[in-house]
Design a binder for this molecule. Sequence first.
Ligand code: GLY
Length: 392
Amino acid sequence: MAQTFESMKKYKGTDKTMIKTALNQAVDIVRENLADFTGHFQSSNSINQFYEPTENVEWTTGFWTGEIWIAYESTGEKCFKEAAEIQVDSFLNRINNKIDVNYHDMGFLYSLSCVAAYKLCGNETGKKAALLAADNLAKRYREKGKFIQAWGDLDSKDNYRLIIDCLLNLPLLYWATEVTGDNSYAEKAENHIKTAMKCVIRPDNSTYHTYFFDPETGEPTYGVTHQGNRNNSAWARGQAWGIYGVALSYAYLKDPKYIEIFERITDYFIEHLPEDLIAYWDFDFDTGSPEPRDSSAVSIAVCGMLEMAKYLEPSKTQKYLDAADKMLRALIEHCAVKDKKESNGLLLHGTYARGSKENTCSDRGVDECNTWGDYFYMEALIRKSKAWKLYW
Ligand code: GLY
């Protein structure tokens, strides 16, 4: 075990000036990036620390639009609003024309771009696009097994599974129920998280990345990794998706059982952080390992802890707020880009995918920036600088 809440006490937290400086630095980089990334989006991960322009494809483009919205909220500058609105139009085109949307990641794509546009500015295009995306996601709900199928053709045996990442797609469904009054979206989301929590959490509170179901009976069958090191290891980002995903469902459902689950999976994450608090890409690795880090896992976990802390009893609130603050300081000190010549991203030392003997991945975006690491880093900073209203 690498850390305990006791051992976390020796680390320093942030202060107001540190947060303000870090947020301003991030906003400056986003502003400078608008020239290249308004009509285009940022690629999922940087190459040699620089993002390239891409069309609105893959599961990741919403993170960049979300960064622009955070920059707009932080500064009120109209250049950010105008750029984000151009991207919202692109998201409507994408869902209308079904461009690369045959998977579950509608929340990642549409909450941070289009729901944000609607919540911040009453943007009706954003509302329309996000509701179409919610419909697309709802269609992936499988009654046999009561879960949202992550990838591939619906009902195909080799894809009849959920993945832990999907918890971040559920807020789009809760939101769709709120704005339409149609409870079926939220029912699917609630059934999904109930099913997921029954199967992905292991007795030691680590998590499976993916879990298969029998398409005939709907019974859960077995867990396997996709991006983790082994079927029975804890992929750091998967554990972080669990932390923030559970917190977000709690925010909508207020079901007390998610508090206990949050504590179990968050404590596992903290207890497996290395000495400098920047998680390795899989918790099989610890201080001194030459394996790469995944800073994005830490930024996601920090946001989850800051969210859930709102709902905990006071002694626990402080415990998780303190730990989150120290993790955020570690990100600022060890990973934040401070010189635009070094990178056009915000957060160094992420890992998109790392190949191993037991997974089927190839190395991608190893020790690079990735757009979700950047987004959650900015979300953590804005959460620390004001009472931030969620885009989720
Ligand atoms: N949701 C895919 C990933 O975290 O890489």
